[in-house]
Ligand binder design. Structure first.
Ligand SMILES: *Cc1c(COP(=O)(O)O)cnc(C)c1O
Length: 496
């Protein structure tokens, strides 16, 4: 199977090449030129499999230039019980007859980014070998919190790679910062940047586009690469867990194979929900995909009106991983829905970057509306939902998950649709402990992060994950702060 660019169908490359390059030179994203099919019989057979084998089954359909052994090796290394606590990599918890929570945060960093970033390093190092490259891969990541830590854990001590992560000095939570500056591994580096997330991201982009510097690094045996969410190698592993959730529901006799479900996803960059859409067009019986946003409601507005307008206020919310104005992966959906019209997609994206806005054709909007519903919810409603779900079902949801639950409940009110629904839960509530606690309990004003963990454990009855509770006594390994103009020097120091 070949991969093409959403902005130039003339580009035709293998999946290994697509994963190695990350993004196409024309600015487009790589998509498979056809969508593989999964039969109901295959879906039934997934019910009897462990997650690693489910992952193997789905990934093999897309990564046709990898050998079976290579894909198996990637899946086993990524989704081992050592990394996810048990063989139940992505368990489904039933709240009510219709509400089924797919917990995607049992990995090492307690957020759903692990589902992709635990396997990406293995897919990438194999891609590098397969495409005949001998350089060591150097991953540079700018992070606003979750991605940096998940990438560090994924790439830690992976042969043939090094990783340097930049976080804004002010702007990540105390827990997120501690998670990063105590990072273990012999190939990792973490730097605080004076400035905000945009400064860090701009700095990384500058390095990526500095051809002279890249040539200099290549001479020394290094190739730069990125681990951000537009890489196909991050998207494809996310398709797996929607099949897995369905297979579990069949196994538990919650549904019969062939019954339709809905899927509701708390959305930022549109990666996670796009993976659910891929599952649907591959043959997973899905009725509606419900796209949930926080107060940054650009996607709700788009799905409602067909106009994507990025000229709007940016809100900092208690679900920060969804504080996004430009949802990059939407481009892939538009490409598919336009019948792979690369010229049209190029026009839309040009209009977005030059005028800040584009409007899709009525035909595309109609198609989107037949597959997707959308809604949004502010911080106050998010907290009220956390409390409601705790009171009603004794389930503690994190802030991102709560946005999805609220949007789902609104959807049911508006449509009376009683189809059983899988709601993606994207973070362990401990990761956003302060906001979660504020929703359900009295929080002492001056409580530090570790006191908050203890209080949340009493309130929720959930065990504190070792990876968070253990931070208290972990050695701090990284305390470099650099000016945003000096990031390149930090790369050179790291590689020296
Ligand atoms: C990244 C993230 C999201 C958003 O996922 P997208 O794939 O960008 O839509 C939602 N919740 C959490 C906790 C995240 O870390």
């Amino acid at each position: 199977m070949y991969y093409q660019s959403t902005r130039d169908k003339g580009v035709k490359i293998s999946s290994a090449e697509a994963i190695k390059r990350g993004i196409s030179e024309d600015g487009g994203l790589f998509v498979p030129e056809s969508v593989p099919n999964v039969t109901l019989e295959e879906i039934k057979s997934l019910s009897e499999m462990k997650y690693t084998d489910r992952a193997y089954t789905i990934l093999s359909k897309f990564l046709t230039d990898y050998t079976s052994e290579e894909i198996k090796d990637c899946c086993t290394k990524a989704y081992s019980p050592a990394k996810f606590g048990s063989d139940d990599t992505a368990p489904v918890k039933k709240l009510s007859d219709t509400m089924h929570i797919l917990e995607l945060w049992h990995g090492p960093t307690c957020a759903f980014k692990d589902m992709a970033l635990q396997i990406l390093p293995h897919l990438l190092t194999k891609a590098v070998k397969k495409t005949g490259e001998n350089n060591e891969i150097v991953i540079l990541v700018a992070t606003s919190g979750d991605t940096g830590k998940a990438a560090l854990e994924g790439f830690k001590d992976v042969d043939g790679t090094r990783i340097q992560v930049y976080y804004p000095e002010t702007g990540v939570s105390e827990i997120q910062k501690l998670q990063m500056i105590t990072q273990e591994g012999n190939n990792v580096s973490v730097i605080a940047v004076k400035g905000n997330f945009d400064d860090a991201q701009t700095g990384v982009k500058k390095i990526f586009t500095d051809n002279e510097y890249k040539a200099e690094l290549a001479q020394k045996g290094y190739s730069l690469s990125s681990a951000n969410s537009i890489n196909w190698g991050r998207l494809v592993p996310q398709i797996v867990y929607y099949f897995s959730a369905y297979a579990d529901m069949v196994k538990n006799a919650e549904i019969s194979a062939g019954d339709e479900i809905n899927i509701c996803v708390p959305t930022g960059n549109f990666g996670n929900i796009l993976a659910a859409y891929y599952a649907k067009i591959m043959g997973l019986p899905v009725k509606k995909l419900i796209c949930a946003s926080n107060k940054n409601s650009v996607l709700t507005d788009f799905i409602t009106t067909g106009t994507y307008d990025k000229s709007r206020d940016f809100y900092t919310t208690i679900s920060p991983s969804m504080d996004i104005i430009i949802s990059s992966n939407l481009e892939r959906l538009l490409f598919i829905m336009s019948g792979c019209d690369d010229e049209l997609i190029s026009q839309y994206m040009k209009s977005l970057s030059e005028n800040g806005v584009y409007t899709v054709s009525e035909d595309i909007l109609a198609k989107i509306k037949s597959d997707f519903a959308a809604g949004c919810c502010d911080d106050e409603m998010t907290k009220a939902t956390i409390k409601e779900i705790k009171d009603k079902y004794n389930y503690t949801a994190d802030t991102h998950t709560a946005v999805a639950i609220k949007v789902y409940m609104d959807y049911v009110k508006a449509t009376s649709d009683t189809t059983k629904t899988v709601i993606a839960s994207t973070a362990n509530p401990y990761k956003f402990n302060k906001s979660v606690l504020e929703a359900v309990a009295q929080v002492p004003d001056n409580a530090d992060e570790f006191e908050l963990l203890d209080i949340l454990s009493k309130v929720s009855g959930l065990e504190i994950p070792d990876s968070l509770g253990g931070l208290k006594t972990k050695e701090i390994r990284f305390n470099t702060t650099c000016d945003k103009s000096m990031m390149k020097d930090e790369v050179s120091k790291f590689l020296a």
